[in-house]
Design a protein around this ligand. Sequence first.
Ligand code: SF4
Ligand code: SF4
Length: 473
Amino acid sequence: MYNVMSLKAEEFISDEEIRETLEYADAHKEDLEVIDRILAKARERKGLTHREASVLLACDIPEKVEEFFTLAEQLKKDYYGNRIVLFAPLYLSNYCVNGCVYCPYHAKNKHIARKKLTQEEIIKEVTALQDMGHKRLAIEAGEDPVNNPIEYILECIRTIYSIKHKNGAIRRVNVNIAATTVENYRKLKEAEIGTYILFQETYHKESYEKLHPAGPKHDYAYHTEAMDRAMEGGIDDVGLGVLFGLELYRYEFAGLLMHAEHLEAVHGVGPHTISVPRIKHADDIDPSAFDNSISDDIFAKICALIRISVPYTGMIISTRESQEVRERVLPLGVSQISGASRTSVGGYAEPETKEEVTSAQFDVSDQRTLDEVVNWLMKLDYIPSFCTACYREGRTGDRFMSLCKNMQILNCCHPNALMTLKEYLEDYASEETKELGMALIERELEKIPNPKVKRIAAEHIHDIAEGKRDFRF
Ligand code: SF4
Ligand code: SF4
């Protein structure tokens, strides 16, 4: 039944295969010979299969857990350096016809404030985001063919890209909207989106159907096969994710890796990113009603294992997580985080007051400003990056993967991170952040191995101080 090449959801995410995987993991979680063999493969940077990674997830032998945490940190350093790319979500509309029981936008919620941004309101939101220093957005909208048809989404994307306030610009729009048709994916591709992101929520079909009792999202196969349609439509950067807390985390973890293996096998390119959200409190949603919530320790283990299983896939942590948790998982392989997020519709230009009926999708745990986040990252010795170069240079899909695999990160991502950080420091940072950042740029420039790249990057950084913008490798 299990067939990684199949285009049928129930065959490439076979329930039987996941169950056997979990049994296999339980049978070998203390088997040192098997564990050492898996760790040796991971050390060769070949990634791990869902079965191998599931054994490590089940393993609780402290020295072995320590080994794969250390390995995850090493892979993160080798492939992503000390850069962390920053982005912000932009909620366009919270009208939704679906019935997802974990999301306050579900259609039966008559209490939440329903909002849909007009193009004028989008200009205000994007101007506010540009004034913070953001260059990369992830747009979010509920599923509603009447209120949020594809034409509305496309119009919003055009508006977002067209806004140039002072030195600001949104250079990459990632899109997180409901599963749709090949034709619509093609339109999104033509609108020059970055990554198409769609969380699976849960790979467990029976639970999926219960958690999505109404609306088009109820259809497990249509949802699970969405990434294949997106790739057929020409989008080759897709972002996977599950909502941890809905089902048994070991089941989800195996499903997630099987999905990645499927995309790689069928389309020749794995997921561009993986997100690891956990259920959070929101308007009429109480996370304690979901009994599969995972501890911070398990969460860290999952992050480390994703890093070693799919070394070339970026990992995203949102402001659902607190500063403390983010600090813990950053070294384990996270490559992107959101900063200063507002999860309400229109919340950047006009933040909601406590007295107002909320339109937010979830409560934000990390409430710091972008300047505070940038400052914090630098104090932890990370380079906050606003880079969007790859997609603008046409390095998507397998071309992006070859950049990672050839370890060109230090000659490409690194100078791009420094140049975009310099733009941020010039245009948006507080004095203290600017001072910290200038010193960091000086230090980090020295790490660029190719002398020509180093010289050009230094020249561009000088030019940015003179008022020029938008350099990239
Ligand atoms: S998760 Fe998405 S589809 Fe489900 S109710 Fe929320 S906005 Fe709608
Ligand atoms: S150069 Fe490409 S891979 Fe590197 S940070 Fe920029 S967009 Fe990402």
